[in-house]
Ligand binder design. Structure first.
Ligand code: FAD
Length: 483
């Protein structure tokens, strides 16, 4: 019998520090290999886009640089997980698979169930570790906060790597990056991927940028500098929640910028809180969190949806936000919420017609946050206040000097405030020797932005008995208790 080996299976944990499966693999002492699987059936899902794969690939390249001095690397395979492990267990004497738990969509749950069955039938252990304070199998939030705090306050794992002298020879499921040129061509307009950059961004936020956090968090242009920009690194696991928490708490700047850091750290907790909702019920990908809101009959309008998708609605801040998202993969929270509110409340479209589109665009796409936040902003949870963002008001308040609008809508860049916020008010005299697209003269919906039929319906449904029952269920399962 050949010698026993372990396999570390990476998912959304693309880093070499504060990494439990890698730490455990070293502790167990057997030869081990680190693998990442590009799984065709997951890549073809509506939620997945090329920019996600690019971020993953470059995160692995970054890991490999850190691992090379130990004669180690992440082996990438182009394979379905079940096919891969079926092959591996036949070819090698596998002791255990080590990974983090994944709070993913139904497709990834079903994949994991099949992998578990296969490993069980071959008497191979799958050591799955809790990830970022999210608790598997939690029926409610009793003790959840305490668990999260004990996670972030526990010691950071110091990953050390032994020198590897074993070759992992496998000819099947070959992944050749040259066959996927788009993977290598990482656009400069995206945040750079990988753990090296996660640490760089964390450092610059802690040492400098955080002093502006609370002031600028909702401003579309200034937030690009003042927010931490840790989201993509967290979503693909280039850094852990605990590492960020501890780094900030122990910073010499912590006291000086305490109010800013306190708001930031509470958002780190929200992160795990939202992912916990999805961990508990991943049907939120396709069904309203409050099933009572499935009763709404929408009038689907493909033209309106498409104008929203390409940033040609005629409302400058909406269009600037969408175009910026398409190009850079990042927007602040307020602009994300406003885009969803515009689609669902003013265009009166079903959230399901925009949710995958935006998931594809977010470089930081994280299913647990995305589907739950999207629904919250769409107003279909029954337990949160329905916030309707008026894009004209947001434009005047959050981009008062129109720097963001001018940057992303060159067609409007020669106009000034206040008219740039409402270009349909430009007169013939303002437009002498100038031209603007028709949708800025006549936006796709009325500019009075009055309460739509749908907004009224969302509020009215709150009195519906089924919605009320569902709200009770949601509160019992998802609301955090102090203990
Ligand atoms: C419709 C919609 C979809 C969203 N989809 C995603 C997504 O797919 N992935 C994602 O990471 N965030 C998502 N968010 C939450 C939020 O907008 C981003 O986390 C944030 O803008 C990322 O920028 P940052 O890292 O600079 O945030 P910071 O303000 O610096 O916050 C630090 C971290 O806290 C977490 N966080 C911040 N705000 C929230 C929040 N409201 N809910 C949960 N966690 C939060 C993130 O991990 C973030 O990186 C979504 C919000 C909305 C309204």
């Amino acid at each position: 019998m050949s010698e026993k080996i372990n396999i570390v299976w990476l998912k959304r944990d693309l880093r070499t520090y504060d990494h439990k499966p890698l730490h455990e693999a070293e502790r167990l002492g057997l030869n081990y290999f680190i693998v990442y699987l590009f799984e065709p059936s997951l890549i073809s899902q509506l939620e997945c886009s090329k920019r996600h794969q690019q971020f993953i690939y470059h995160s692995i390249v970054c890991m490999n640089k850190a691992l090379s001095s130990f004669n180690r690397r992440v082996y990438i395979f182009n394979a379905e997980a079940t096919d891969f492990f079926d092959y591996i267990v036949k070819k090698f004497n596998v002791n255990s698979i080590l990974s983090y738990q994944e709070s993913g969509t139904l497709k990834s749950w079903n994949r994991d169930k099949k992998v578990k069955k296969l490993l069980d039938s071959n008497c191979i252990k799958w050591l799955e570790f809790e990830n970022q304070g999210v608790v598997r199998g939690a029926k409610n939030r009793f003790g959840w906060d305490k668990n999260w705090h004990s996670y972030v306050n526990s010691p950071i794992l110091e990953n050390r790597f032994s020198l590897n002298d074993f070759e992992f020879k496998i000819s099947a499921f070959k992944f050749c990056a040259d066959e996927f040129p788009f993977l290598k061509e990482y656009p400069k307009s995206f945040q750079p991927a990988g753990q090296k950059y996660a640490l760089k961004y964390l450092k610059s936020f802690t040492n400098d940028r955080a002093r502006l956090y609370n002031y600028n968090i909702s401003k579309p242009e200034m937030s690009r500098f003042a927010c931490s920009r840790m989201s993509a690194y967290l979503s693909w696991g280039n850094i852990s929640v605990r590492y960020i928490y501890k780094y900030i708490k122990s910073s010499s700047n912590y006291k000086k910028n305490k109010t800013h850091f306190t708001s930031f750290l509470s958002r780190l907790k929200w992160r795990s809180h939202f992912i916990q909702k999805f961990e508990t019920d991943c049907s939120y990908e396709s069904l309203c969190i409050n099933k009572g809101y499935e009763l709404i009959n929408y009038n689907k309008n493909d033209w309106l949806i498409n104008q929203w998708k390409v940033g040609k609605t005629g409302f400058p801040l909406i269009d600037a936000s969408m175009r910026c998202l398409i190009k850079t993969g990042w927007l602040n929270f307020r602009m994300r919420a406003m885009l969803v509110s515009f689609l669902c409340h003013y265009l009166e479209q079903n959230w399901k017609n925009g949710v995958y589109y935006m998931a594809n665009l977010f470089l930081d796409y994280e299913p647990g946050i995305h589907f739950t936040q999207f629904q919250m902003q769409a107003g279909v949870t029954g337990v949160n206040s329905i916030r309707v963002y008026n894009p004209i008001k947001q434009s005047k308040e959050k981009d008062s000097d129109a720097v963001f609008i001018k940057k992303w809508i060159p067609e409007l860049s020669t106009f000034d405030v206040p008219l740039i916020h409402e270009p349909w008010k430009l007169t013939e005299i303002d437009l002498i020797n100038k031209s603007i697209p028709d949708y800025y003269k006549k936006p796709i919906i009325s500019t009075d932005l009055s309460r739509t039929k749908l907004i009224k319906e969302l509020w009215a449904l709150r009195k519906n008995n089924f919605v009320k029952e569902e709200s009770k269920r949601i509160l019992a399962v998802h609301v955090r208790t102090k203990t």
